[in-house]
Design a protein around this ligand. Structure first.
Ligand code: DNO
Length: 353
């Protein structure tokens, strides 16, 4: 396991110097942020990013994300050109030493929450998803501000984009993802990269938009579309676990050898489809984090791990979910779980810094 930490580049209020002091963190997860989706990432931007990370004494082997342009998800007339551009980005990242690319195939929206800072009993605040509140939202008409949202769309562009999905069914999305994988996975294999799709968050359709990376059956289907190790998964417990139907421990075990990247965090279900984010510990939420880590290790998982969304604690303000303190606590906790599981199995995995 390689403990990693997401960093949003030079504008991130969390610095590489701070990240380096979190025990056990050896890898930075980042991306090129100065090129709009659909354009080739310049060699210079990639090199600069590698340079700052390596100068800080950390490694850069995981990119999150290389965004998939809507044309590819829609399968429209620009899809072919966008796929070619995507392949070129993959080649350039391979050349720069990247080993894993996390991406998602969610139409229009990335991760979705209804509250950015819900106060917690202990004085922290956390992201929350209230299903009733989301059903009442109308993205066609109202301003919405989301943590994973590309704010660069104007209201008119968003309306047009939502309209272009009106006739796109789940089956269309399946064919479009298949076409994408058949082109991209061989390129990734050639340059030593594992592709790791991120599950949909939450794992159900929103506003009539289809979502397909939602649960066990669909993930089985996805992995078979191109049945090669380089076509793999980001196992995000918080995303998949938002649905009570997903048994995370059994999924971790079944998919372990195709999981290249794990986002390990906990949520607390507050009703059938509502939840709030909590501290990483099993005791704080609805998941048994120890059992999940054990299932991953027993299944042969040896990829990248990162703590995921943190609460805002100790008065920190910043990018929702991506402050320093609670994620650092998450990393410390996860390191402990892995150490315990490795020792039980007598595996020496002391990733020394
Ligand atoms: C949220 C993240 C997602 C993820 C993308 C991957 O915190 O896990 O935004 O980066 O879905 O493409």
């Amino acid at each position: 396991m390689k403990m990693s930490f997401r960093w949003y580049g030079k504008d991130d209020p969390v610095t590489l110097e701070q990240i380096r002091q979190i025990p056990g963190v050896v890898n930075i997860v980042s991306a090129v942020y100065d090129v709009p989706p659909g354009q080739v990432w310049s060699e210079k931007s990639i090199q600069d990013l590698c340079g700052v990370i390596e100068n800080a004494g950390l490694a850069f082997e995981v990119v999150e994300s290389v965004p998939v342009p809507e044309s590819i998800k829609l399968g429209d007339e620009n899809a072919e050109a966008c796929i070619e551009t995507y392949c070129e980005i993959v080649r350039r990242l391979g050349k720069a030493g990247v080993k894993c690319i996390c991406y998602n195939f969610m139409p229009v929206f990335d991760w979705f929450r209804s509250e950015m800072a819900r106060p917690q009993a202990d004085g922290a605040n956390a992201l929350a998803y209230e299903h009733e509140a989301v059903l009442a939202m109308n993205p066609q008409e109202n301003e919405i501000s989301l943590p994973g949202w590309d704010e660069s769309y104007t209201r008119a562009e968003l309306r047009a984009l939502l309209a272009s999905y009106e006739k796109v069914t789940e089956e269309d999305l399946w064919s479009n993802v298949e076409r994408f994988l058949k082109a991209v996975v061989p390129v990734a294999e050639e340059v030593g990269i594992n592709m790791a799709i991120h599950p949909d968050d939450p794992p159900w359709g929103l506003f009539g938009l289809p979502r397909i990376i939602t649960g066990k059956e669909n993930i089985r289907r996805f992995l078979k579309l191109v049945d090669r190790p380089a076509n793999g998964l980001t196992f995000c417990t918080g995303s998949l676990g938002a649905s009570k139907e997903n048994d995370l421990v059994s999924m971790a075990g079944e998919f372990a050898d195709r999981i290249h990247f794990a986002h390990l965090r906990n949520v607390r279900h507050t009703s059938e489809r509502s939840f709030e984010e909590v501290g990483h510990l099993s005791a704080c939420g609805s998941f048994d984090m120890y059992a999940i880590v054990k299932a991953l290790v027993n299944g042969g998982f040896d990829g990248y791990v990162r703590p995921d969304h943190g609460r805002m604690i100790w008065g920190e303000t910043g990018r929702p979910g991506y402050g320093l303190y609670d994620r650092a606590l998450g990393a410390a906790y996860l390191n402990g779980l892995f150490e315990a599981v490795y020792k039980e199995k007598n595996v020496d995995k002391g990733d020394k810094k």
